[in-house]
Every structure is written in C-alpha cells, then in structure tokens.
Design a protein around this ligand. Structure first.
Ligand code: GLN
Length: 565
C-alpha cells in the first residue's frame, strides 16, 4: 500500500492537546494493525529541543538514537508503542540548516534559493523520509504552533502541496481547535473555531475533519453549527472534551467514529480495533485497589510538563501495581537552605516513596542530598534518576563512606572527593546542542541484584536505556563506595578507563527499595510495559502504604502539608 499521510494542524490557542489528539488517532490506527509513524514539526528556529528550558517548553524527550526532541515525540511513543528517531522531529532550524549548507556547497547552481520551492521541498523530503525510515503505511504529521503564526507558513504550504502530489485518497487534514465554554451565559463559543478554519482555508487547506477540544461535551447544535461554517460534515466534527485521564481519549474518539472516518477517507479496510489495553488502563485509573503518595524532589516543580515522561512512567507503574500514584512535587530548593535542620525533612517520612529526578545545575542540590539521606536512613523507598542517582552517591560518600566533603564537580569543582565527575569525553566538547552522552546505551546488570530481578533480562543480563548526561560516578571513587556497602547494580561494559565499566545503576541491599540509575528509564516506559525500576519502586511504595496502620498516612500527610515548606 502506498504511504498515506494525516496532517494535523491546530487553531485558536496553543497547548490544546494536539499531541494527544494526534497520538490517539495513531493509537486507533495501530489498534487496527497498521504500521504507523508520527512526525512532529516544530516551527521554532532551534535545531532541536535540547537547548530549551524545560520549565518553559516542557521536557526534552530523548530517542534511542540520541536525538533531543519535543515532548510530543514521547507521547507518540507511548500511545503508538513504537520507537521513534531523530527524523521524527522536524524544526525550522534543521530545514534551514540543510538548505543553507546545500547552497554553500553550490548544490543549487546559480538559482535564487527561496522559501518556495527550496524550503518547502526540504520539508516534504523530511516528512517522506520519516515515513520511509519506519516503513510506515500511515504517517501522522503534526504541525506545531497555531494556524496564523508567521513561522508555520512554510510548513502549511508544504502540506498543502503534499495533497496535490500524493492525491486526495492518500492525505487527510485534521484541524484541532478549542470551543470555549462561557460559564456565565452557559454557552459554547464557536466563533474562534470559525476564524481559525477560515485562516486555514486562506492557506489553501480545507480540513476534512475537526477535533474540537472543550471543557465539557459539545451538544449537537454546536456540532451542527461548526459543521456548517467549516464545510465539514457534522459526523466528522469530533469532540475531545476534558477527560479524567489522557489514556481515555483514544476510546472517546473511537466511540465518535474517528477511526471509521479515517478508514473511509483514506480507503482503508474496515477493521475492528483492539482496544482492551486502553480500556483496562482507564478502568484501573478510575478504580485502583489502593493509592500511594510519592514525593518528587525536583527543580522545575511549577511546570509538570518538565517531567512528563517521568509522570507517565509513574502512572504506568501504578497501573501495573493496581494503585493510583499521587505525585506531590517538593521544591528541592526549599530543602536546601543552610538553616534547614534534619527534623525539617521529617514530613518526607509520611510518603510511600521519594523520587529525585534528573536535572542540571547546583540549585537545590543540598536539598536533594538531604532527601536521599532521609530515604536511606528511614527506609523510605527511593528512586534516583540520573542526577538522582548521582545525588545518592554523593550522600552515601559523605555519610557512610566518611568522605565528608564529597561532591560532584558539577556543583563544586574544587571538592576534595569528586565522587561524581565530568566524563573524560566531555572535556573536548564546546558546543551546546547534542553534545551530552545521549540515547541508548547498554547496561550489564550485576547478578543477584534487585534490578537484575526486576529487568528479568535475557541471558547475559544486558538491557538498554536512554541517557542524557555529562557526568558519571568517578571510576576511582567506586572501590571505596563499594567497600562501604554500596552495590553497583549495572555498568556499561567496554568503556576505556572505567574499571568494570561506567556505573549505570546503584542500590542498597538492606533497604526496602533504594535504587539509582544513570539513565532515564522513564523514556522507554509504556502503558503495556512499565519501566522495571519504576514498577519495583511503586511495588515497594505499595508495600509501605499497606504496612502503615490505616489512617496513619493521612494524618501524617495532613501534618506534612502544614509543615511543608
Ligand atoms: N547534571 C547531571 C549530568 O550532566 C545529571 C543529568 C541528568 O540528570 N539528566 O550528568
């Protein structure tokens, strides 16, 4: 079958949930057995998301091949249960970089190089290349930003041309908009959608269907009105109203017929989709057998999207353990001040688990070290991700191995005990984008460890996780730490000058669950396959919640809320 393309645009406002709409349609096509891939177009001039602030832009999602991409790429992976790559995130920066390089090489001969056709050709080439790389039958292409933005114009022109070139039956335009509900007059307002469809039409694109976001379900009159002014049949106006959980959206849209619509318009066979994974997940999310409370001690706590994959990995691990995971964000900085005493962290004891996520820079570090110490000493399940593992190593060095001033050279370049230090290959790096240790690396698990059991790895005990870091546990710090009782649970073998290998994971044997990983296993976590370190962490948190006398957690929680900084 010739590759088919579904183009998704957005109108009215940004952050509409276009990524969720795209991913949900992708999930419905995957549930029909199609090979699907998805491309996120980001009209910004950054070459990739790696250099952007997570608390403005959301997390940087890392692919197996080490690309630093937009967080929507992560949502695609989770909903479509596929692994994506560098080519699945196209930015203006990449497109222009290629065109300008080509021009400098003289590849355009004596032509004047222009947005149309040279930039638009490069955009189309990248979209098609992503489809070919994945051998996809259907390629979803989400154009970031909002219709009417100056910077998305070349992309809209490119997708307009693609219908012309690929044909009507091979292409589909889906426009996602917002219908605000005015509480005071109890009305759904369709005017902004009307304007945005008109703008899109002005660029030569008539949407085939709309996905209308709204706070509550859109009544039939609203749907009819939108249909009339947008030239779309009423049954092709789909409504994504606020759901309790994003994993409920695929079924919500399927029930309204979006799958059947897509089959009809793209001339696909009629197939009954296999949706039980979604159905079961949503049921567990609605009626969990229990709850656990997890404190995430991090930096970008005001912007939950900064930890999107982490959050989802906790949700997946919760579903696997039949519990709801209540995540509470604790700003590390509040625990970092010099006048914070040991007792000030007592409130963390009331949680079922403490998680220190990845991060960069010195801000809040001492708070994270304190949180790791409390978890270790009080037997609270602990999961340290990347920086969270490094913090656990620093804490162990200081308070167990007797290296009082131990630190990472990232936070104290002059520390007498640099137990975490810059990786030697990072010394030569001077650029900022794409220069860390990125993407998938092997981790050989140490036999007999908790992680080895959790990963249940094939013979040899080698698993792969994704990375994004510049620092590592210093190779010569390993022996004294191990002597003091720290267990190295995994290493990347075969790296020069790293003794047994680069430390990928640590754990403590005499603790309910104390695990740190240098990688970001949250990037590979899926609804159907929760990440093993996360699943083990939530299982331990559940055991702790079950062991607490009933009501104790809530009382302690109330105290914690009052005391929490
Ligand atoms: N800042 C640390 C490093 O670069 C940790 C990075 C992370 O947590 N992603 O190694």
């Amino acid at each position: 079958m010739a590759t088919k393309y579904v183009f998704i645009t957005g109108g009215v406002v940004s952050s509409l949930g276009k990524g969720i709409a795209t991913s949900s349609l992708g999930a419905l096509l995957r549930a029909r057995g199609y090979r699907v891939t998805a491309v996120k177009i980001d009209p910004y001039i950054n070459v990739d998301a790696g250099t952007m602030r997570p608390y403005e832009h959301g997390e940087v999602f890392v692919t197996d091949d080490g690309a630093e991409t937009d967080l929507d790429v992560g949502t695609y992976e989770r909903f479509l249960d596929i692994d994506l790559a560098r080519g699945n995130n196209v930015t203006t920066g990449q497109v222009y970089q290629t065109v300008i390089d080509r021009e400098r090489r003289g590849a355009y001969l004596s032509q004047t190089v222009q947005v149309i056709p040279h930039v638009t050709d490069e955009i189309k080439r990248r979209i098609r290349a992503a489809g070919e790389a994945a051998h996809a039958e259907i390629v979803l292409v989400e154009v970031g930003g909002t219709v009417g933005d100056i910077e998305s114009l070349p992309f809209l022109e490119a997708i307009r041309q693609m219908r012309f070139e690929e044909g009507r039956d091979q292409t589909l335009y889906l426009h996602v908009t917002l219908v605000p509900y005015l509480g005071t007059s109890e009305e759904f307002k369709t005017k902004p959608t009307q304007h945005s469809v008109a703008t899109l039409r002005g660029y030569g694109i008539q949407p085939d269907a709309l996905v209308v976001r709204s706070e509550r379900p859109l009544p039939d009159e609203g749907r009819a009105k939108i249909a009339l002014f947008s030239n779309v049949e009423a049954r092709d106006v789909f409504n994504a109203y606020n759901a309790e959980h994003v994993y409920a959206v695929p079924e919500m849209l399927e029930q309204q017929g979006i799958g059947r619509f897509t089959e009809r318009r793209l001339h696909l066979e009629k197939v009954v989709p296999e949706l039980h994974v979604w159905h079961d997940a949503v049921r567990t999310l609605r009626e969990p057998a229990g709850r656990v409370r997890i404190a995430v001690v991090g930096k970008y706590v005001a912007m939950p999207d900064a930890y999107l994959s982490l959050n989802e990995a906790l949700v997946h691990a919760g579903i696997a353990n039949d519990v709801a995971v209540d995540v509470e964000w604790v700003p590390a900085e509040d625990l970092a001040a010099a006048d914070v005493g040991a007792g000030d962290l007592d409130f963390l004891d009331a949680y079922d688990g403490v998680l220190v996520p990845g991060g960069f820079g010195v801000r809040g570090i001492e708070g994270k070290v304190r949180a790791a110490r409390l978890a270790r000493e009080r037997g609270v399940p602990y999961l340290g991700i990347c920086l969270g593992m490094q913090v656990a190593v620093i804490e162990y060095a200081r308070h167990v191995a007797g290296l009082e001033a131990a630190n990472s050279t990232e936070f104290d370049p002059y520390t007498p005990h640099p137990v975490v230090a810059l990786m030697p290959e990072q010394l030569e790096v001077d650029g900022m984008g794409g220069t860390m240790r990125l993407g998938s690396w092997p981790m050989r698990l140490s036999p007999g460890t908790r992680l080895a059991a959790l990963y249940d790895a094939e013979a040899g005990g080698v698993v792969h996780e994704r990375h994004r870091h510049r620092y590592e546990v210093a190779p010569d710090a390993v022996a004294p730490l191990v002597e003091a009782g720290l267990v190295v649970a995994g290493v990347t073998p075969g790296m020069e000058g790293r003794g047994e290998g680069l430390v990928e994971a640590i754990e403590l044997p005499d603790h309910p669950y104390y695990v740190g990983v240098q990688s970001h296993p949250e990037f590979r976590s899926r609804l159907m396959r929760p990440s093993p370190p996360f699943a083990g962490f939530i299982a331990a948190a559940k055991a702790r919640a079950d062991a607490a006398p009933s009501g104790a957690a809530t009382t302690a929680g109330a105290v914690a809320d009052a005391d929490a900084p």
